[in-house]
Design a protein around this ligand. Structure first.
Ligand code: 5GP
Ligand code: ZN
Length: 142
């Protein structure tokens, strides 16, 4: 069911034009209008799901199964030096469109426009603390 007022549902339906890269019965891939780098592509499930938290296994499987296909097509087209896959969930983590999407961002050089960097904190944790953290998470696996 398309979600009312969802721009990505409208793109899937053709109500909003897009530069389509790939489509099958389960997924749709198209150029991100922001083109952070040349070839920046979004792949989305045709079923409207808000983000990764609300994604059933079968939809996740079908979506991620197609990611390497799209990634390799971008690689063959533009021969980037690398590629970042990004998935933002919730506003705090920079999700701005609330229909699950994976960004495929080909990387060309240090000044290609991609900015994400993070710091390591590995020296701030003991093995015991890491075990506690991993247990906190694994206790909640359904
Ligand atoms: P988010 O910030 O939620 O991770 O990513 C949403 C992305 O959707 C943004 O990078 C933005 O450029 C892209 N976007 C928003 N509206 C449109 C649109 O109408 N057409 C296309 N092709 N991309 C869009
Ligand atoms: Zn949608």
């Amino acid at each position: 069911m398309p979600h009312e007022d969802c721009i990505f549902c409208k793109i899937i339906n053709g109500d909003i034009p897009s530069a389509k890269v790939y489509e099958d019965e389960d997924v749709y891939a198209f150029l991100d209008i922001s083109q952070v780098t040349k070839g920046h592509t979004l792949i989305i499930p045709k079923t409207h799901v808000k983000n990764i938290y609300e994604t059933p296994n079968d939809i996740a499987g079908k979506l991620f199964e197609r990611v390497p296909v799209i990634a390799n097509a971008i690689k063959k087209a533009f021969n980037p030096k690398g590629m970042n896959l990004i998935n933002n969930n919730e506003s705090f983590a920079d999700q701005s469109v609330f229909h699950l999407h994976i960004h495929l961002i080909p990387r060309y050089d240090e000044t290609d426009g991609y900015k994400l960097r993070w710091e390591t904190h590995s020296d701030e944790y003991t093995q015991e603390q890491l075990q506690d953290i991993s247990k906190s998470i694994s206790n909640h696996l359904d």
